[in-house]
Design a protein around this ligand. Structure first.
Ligand code: SF4
Ligand code: SF4
Length: 394
């Protein structure tokens, strides 16, 4: 029999506790949690084993374990734990630390996860947009040009070229950080689960697995297995599809803006429906999709908050990391809707500051996405694909 030396990482234990897993040490390994969890497979069930890994500070075992992401934080385990440990919250804390582990630069991950850096993180976009507005001489409302018909236009306040010159590099940065993080995560999964990797090689069909995982994600059907917080499926679906709606809206607006010039460049007559620069009429389908998505986002995120508050005794109140994401999503949706309302009502003194806030929070959401709770969508999807392709039940 070979002896294995286990080196606990006490700093990791402290990090789990500081990230919302303070109930960690209450666990006495009775395994009730693994029995009551409806998402846990029969083969090597979770979260009991993750609780002991976390108590021992075995961070590599946790990070390279897809099960931490197969948990959907239903909190059934938390509700039934006889010791008052909150495995759902502990796994949530571990997932946060996993996101920080795989996202580079590391200091950004630490900053996004800590309230001490909040002001600094918001100060960056504030300064960027103030500098751009100052360079245009648009810091005073009276200096901002109006449309030919005398209305408010945000494209006159901060021209699209300026907005895009900020958001395009940010989007490219976020995609690159996500891609690198997923690459490292997948390698760790494959290294730590070499036996499972063999099953994957034998099973083949990674594309089919990705397609069937996308089906699971689009339906959010795993949330239906939760008992304690059943309502989460609706709220998560609303938030998820609102983000998809807003992403389509953004791509659509880019096509409106640059489509005519590109078609001219190609020697073609621009389509009449490519409207060019905003603002677009409320009757345009792009506006319908944008407004419906923003309203659905507000409803969805309100339901998320209401579910959390309603179930806080059984499921835990959530961590700073969770609430930061919820707040930013709220601010994005609310500032977007209010900016439109104040523009249509021609209240310049409110419209421009609210639009400025909208730009700041959208910047925040995009640039810090790979380090924030938003990254859970990407890491969970990767873990689900890995688990499924290695024959693990999800
Ligand atoms: S977390 Fe609670 S239910 Fe799970 S093994 Fe520990 S004591 Fe038992
Ligand atoms: S939080 Fe829910 S999904 Fe996660 S381990 Fe507990 S019961 Fe299972």
């Amino acid at each position: 029999m070979s002896n294995q030396l286990i080196k606990p990482d006490l700093n990791f234990v402290k990090d789990v506790i500081a990230s919302g897993g303070e109930s960690l040490k209450k666990c006495f390994q009775c395994a009730t949690c693994s029995v009551v969890c409806n998402l846990s497979p029969d083969d090597k069930p979770f979260p009991r084993k993750e609780m002991i890994y976390a108590q021992w500070g075995l961070k590599d075992k946790l990070f390279s374990n897809p099960d931490i992401w197969l948990c959907h934080q239903c909190s059934d385990c938390t509700a039934y734990c006889p010791r008052g440990a909150k495995p759902g919250e502990v796994l949530n804390a571990v997932r946060k630390l996993s996101i920080q582990n795989y996202s580079v630069p590391r200091f950004l991950g630490k900053a996004v996860g800590s309230p001490s850096y909040l002001v600094l993180l918001f100060a960056i976009p504030v300064v960027v947009f103030l500098v751009l507005l100052a360079s245009l001489g648009h810091l005073s409302i009276s200096d901002i040009p109006r449309t030919a018909s005398g209305g408010i236009s945000y494209a006159k306040f901060l021209p699209s070229l300026y907005v895009d010159s900020v958001f395009m590099p940010i989007a490219a940065f976020a995609v690159a950080v996500f891609a690198f993080g997923i690459y490292r995560y997948w390698n760790d999964l494959a290294r730590a689960n070499s036996e499972a990797r063999w099953r994957m090689v034998l099973k083949g069909g990674l594309i089919n697995t990705i397609i069937s995982t996308i089906g699971v994600i689009l339906s959010h059907r795993l949330f239906k297995k939760c008992d304690v917080v059943k309502d989460r499926q609706i709220s998560h679906l609303l938030v998820f599809y609102s983000f998809i709606g807003l992403a389509i809206t953004t791509a659509w607006a880019v096509a409106y803006l640059y489509g005519p010039a590109i078609m001219k460049l190609l020697g073609l007559k621009p389509f009449s429906w490519l409207l060019g620069e905003s603002p677009y009429p409320l009757t345009d389908p792009l506006k319908w999709l944008a407004n419906i998505s923003a309203l659905a986002l507000i409803v969805g995120i309100t339901l998320v908050v209401s579910n959390r508050l309603k179930n806080k005794e059984k499921a835990g109140k959530g961590s700073y990391f969770d609430w930061l994401f919820i707040t930013v999503v709220y601010l994005v949706a609310l500032s977007g809707i209010l900016a439109e309302v104040f523009r249509l009502a021609d209240i310049a003194i409110l419209a421009y500051p609210v639009y400025f806030i909208h730009l700041v929070v959208v910047f925040f959401l995009f640039i810090y996405a790979p380090f924030s709770k938003m990254a859970h969508m990407v890491y969970r999807a990767t873990a689900m694909v890995f688990a499924k392709s290695t024959g693990r039940e999800i």
